[in-house]
Write a protein that binds this ligand. Structure first.
Ligand code: AMP
Length: 625
């Protein structure tokens, strides 16, 4: 017995420290995935029932938390307590989010320290806390499928994520009980999945069109080092827009042909949207999609054949909106399309043949499409994980500044010192002077953005350099230096060249969490872990109970003549008791009553089975005659 205990602990320790691989995680806006390298091959860990994707959705109810598919199914029923697109909030302050909040219906507040919080139930949560719930779900999935404790991960982020957003992603990993071994850019991961790191040099375009976002990244590979030359995109462009366009078309058609206006009925609208998305997906592999919609109570019967040609004609303007950012990224990288050696497609919407054609035409290259475009980033994260594990050729990933950095000058103008898409680390110095005679101090107001007026850009901080000798305007010389280090942290220094006086500040990741906050959240997450377990348990016993109830109803109809009134009453009584337990949301009671209903229907089930066997035998004997 004692031997057994010792062995088990050793296995457990081995599982945690050696045997469990580092997993690769694609933490997406809409869906997330986890992948590993096993036996020299990468694979996405798919749930036997729900498949490879875990919807990045979290839903709260007084009974507890649910994450993934179960939460996505709550989006309509429990809309106020269901959050999605949390990635859009990561590492950002309220000021940055005004635009996003026009699209997303969440109650958001800002705390001292610029940390955004999203209200759910009684409490509000930071984006890393919510993302941690999705990561925990992926961790659990990996543990279940691998049979090992998973404690380390590589997580991917968009190439344009700034340091605060990367830090927020790391915090989320830590809150989920994962040691984040590396944050990798999504386009770099896609290139790794295709093994492009094995060619020594090259320029790679990664075109990523998902459900709600579009990103284009130009990577340079030299001596095994990936450098992000440029990024561009549109944070609100993707398959959802195509679905919307097709939905609009179908609604118009139904209005004209069937004289029914369904535009203001949310439930019907949702049904049409689902039809539109299904037709879109079908047209990726067929030339014609059949669309059928019937609403007998309103005497609506709508049947059309939508050809791929017609579909492409209707969505062309949406797909073409991706080309401008591609050209801009090429221009920022100082390249022509012909300079691109490889094109990689990422995101479910790149399955659309027209998307592939337009990308091919632009870059004059046949894009890589061999891997599943929705899995390619997670697979690449698993490649990076295995590289880290093997400790072999470790790749250095260089980043670029996503936005220009500069300062406010006379008249409220923005003077850019570091242009967007500059590779970091970098340092730039420029000379400034005074505007008024006898001026003894200058204000340095640091800005981030592309707009010409200071007020239209994001303010990162300010300080004054005092003690400049009083001189006529234009005489003093103040050197201002902007430096960004390898971690993306900006420091700004101003030095009066005559007096030697110097002043400066370091701009920390603006919307990060403090170490104490992360600690507090870690403690709280232990609390959630219990709630999580209860919620999952409730969901599974509920599903089982509902299945048994449905089967009972069916059996009572089909086997009506097989049982006496007394037996029927006993079954109906047990079913009513189970329905009552479902309302009380108590897992143990639901399980007990499900068992009781199972017992009550045992005899009827046996009778039905007998009858089915008899019928089958009879049919068989007829066949054989
Ligand atoms: P992602 O964000 O990468 O998971 O991509 C999701 C988007 O891909 C959604 O808009 C889907 O409707 C779309 N999508 C998935 N499969 C297909 C397909 N076969 N053809 C066209 N679009 C697809």
């Amino acid at each position: 017995m004692a031997d057994g205990v010792i062995l088990q602990m050793a296995a457990e320790r081995g599982g945690q420290q050696q045997a469990a691989p580092i997993v690769g995680i694609d933490l997406g806006t809409t869906n997330s995935l986890v992948a590993v390298m096993r036996g020299g091959k990468t694979e996405v860990l798919a749930d036997p029932h729900s498949g490879p994707l875990v919807p990045s959705v979290i839903s709260y109810s007084p009974a507890g938390w649910v994450v993934g598919l179960a939460a996505k199914n709550q989006r309509v029923m429990n809309a106020t307590n269901t959050v999605y697109s949390v990635k859009r909030f990561m590492g950002r302050g309220l000021e940055d989010l005004r635009e996003e909040l026009r699209y997303l219906p969440f109650a958001v507040a800002e705390e001292p320290g610029n940390v955004v919080r999203i209200k759910l139930g009684e409490r509000s949560y930071t984006p890393p806390e919510l993302s941690a719930m999705v990561l925990r779900e992926l961790k659990r999935r990996a543990e279940r499928l691998l049979g090992l404790n998973v404690a380390r991960a590589v997580i991917t982020v968009p190439a344009y994520f700034n340091d605060a957003q990367r830090q927020a992603t790391k915090d989320a990993g830590r809150l989920a009980g994962l040691e984040v071994m590396r944050i990798v850019n999504e386009p770099t991961a896609a290139a790794l999945a295709y093994g492009l790191h094995e060619r020594k040099e090259g320029t790679i375009a990664v075109y990523d069109l998902g459900g709600g976002t579009f990103d284009i990244s130009i990577l340079k590979l030299k001596d095994g080092i990936f450098e992000v030359l440029a990024t561009n995109g549109d944070t609100h462009l993707g398959g959802d827009d195509i679905d919307q366009e097709l939905t609009k078309y179908l609604l118009d058609e139904i209005r004209t042909i069937c004289h029914a206006d369904l535009r203001h009925d949310p439930e019907r609208l949702q049904q049409i949207r689902i039809l539109a998305e299904a037709a879109k997906c079908e047209l990726s592999s067929r030339d014609v999609a059949h669309i059928h919609y019937e609403l007998p109570e309103q005497r609506i019967r709508y049947d059309i054949e939508l050809t791929r040609r017609d579909f492409e004609h209707r969505i062309r303007h949406i797909v073409e909106r991706t080309l401008g950012p591609c050209r801009q990224a090429l221009a920022d990288a100082g390249l022509t399309p012909a300079a691109i050696d490889e094109v990689v497609l990422v995101g479910g919407s790149t399955r659309i043949p027209m998307v592939r054609r337009l990308v091919q035409d632009l870059f004059q290259r046949v894009p890589h499409t061999e891997l599943n475009p929705e899995e390619v980033v997670a697979l690449g994260a698993a490649v990076q994980a295995s590289i880290l594990e093997g400790g072999v050729s470790d790749m250095l990933l260089l980043d670029v500044t996503p936005l220009s950095l500069g300062m406010e000058t006379f008249g409220g103008a923005m003077e850019k010192l570091i242009q967007r898409n500059t590779t970091i680390p970098t340092s730039v110095t420029e000379m400034f002077t005074t505007f008024v005679d006898g001026q003894t101090s200058v204000d340095i107001h640091i800005l981030q953005g592309e707009r010409e007026l200071a007020g239209d850009n994001r303010s990162l901080g300010r300080f004054s350099l005092k003690g400049i000798g009083a001189m006529p305007a234009g005489m003093p010389r103040v050197a201002v230096t902007f430096t960004i280090d390898a971690n993306g942290i900006l420091s700004v220094r101003a030095k009066d060249q005559i007096s030697g006086k110097e002043q400066g500040i370091e701009i920390k990741p603006s919307y990060g969490l403090t170490e104490e906050e992360v600690e507090r959240m870690l403690l709280e997450s232990i609390e959630f872990a219990e709630e999580d377990v209860t919620a999952r348990l409730l969901v599974s016993v509920r599903n089982e109970a509902e299945t048994v109830l449905r089967a009972t109803e069916k059996a009572l109809v089909e086997g009506a003549e097989l049982i006496e009134a007394e037996e029927r009453a006993a079954i109906e009584g047990a079913a009513a008791a189970l329905r009552q337990a479902l309302e009380a949301s108590q897992p143990a009671l639901i399980r007990q009553r499900t068992q009781e209903l199972n017992t009550a229907t045992y005899h009827l089930a046996a009778l039905l089975m007998d009858r089915a066997v008899q019928t089958a035998l009879k049919d068989k004997s007829i066949d054989s005659i």
